[in-house]
Design a protein. Structure first.
Length: 87
């Protein structure tokens, strides 16, 4: 029944990641990347002040559209880079 459901609806990357996590937990297997995620979070926290400063330089309240576009681009790039590690 479960495999039939997979064939009836399109499957996204997020669906596959969630299913992987569900199966690991259902079988009592802890997150194999837990230690790596902790290390990466420590690195991200050290880099955060520099990134915040970069965004602060770009952001100007009521500023030009170019500044808003640059800030949005920087924010999206950072979010996408972070999400690469989540899958």
């Amino acid at each position: 029944a479960y495999l039939q459901q997979l064939h009836e609806a399109p499957c996204t990357l997020l669906d596959m990641v969630l299913e992987k996590e569900r199966m690991l937990r259902a079988h009592g297997i802890p997150d194999p990347f837990h230690a790596l995620k902790l290390d990466e979070n420590e690195v991200a926290l050290r880099l955060y002040p520099a990134l915040q400063s970069e965004l602060d330089v770009i952001w100007t309240p009521g500023g030009a559209a170019e500044a808003a576009e640059a800030m949005l681009l920087c924010t999206v790039e950072c979010a996408l880079a972070g999400n690469l590690f989540d899958a």
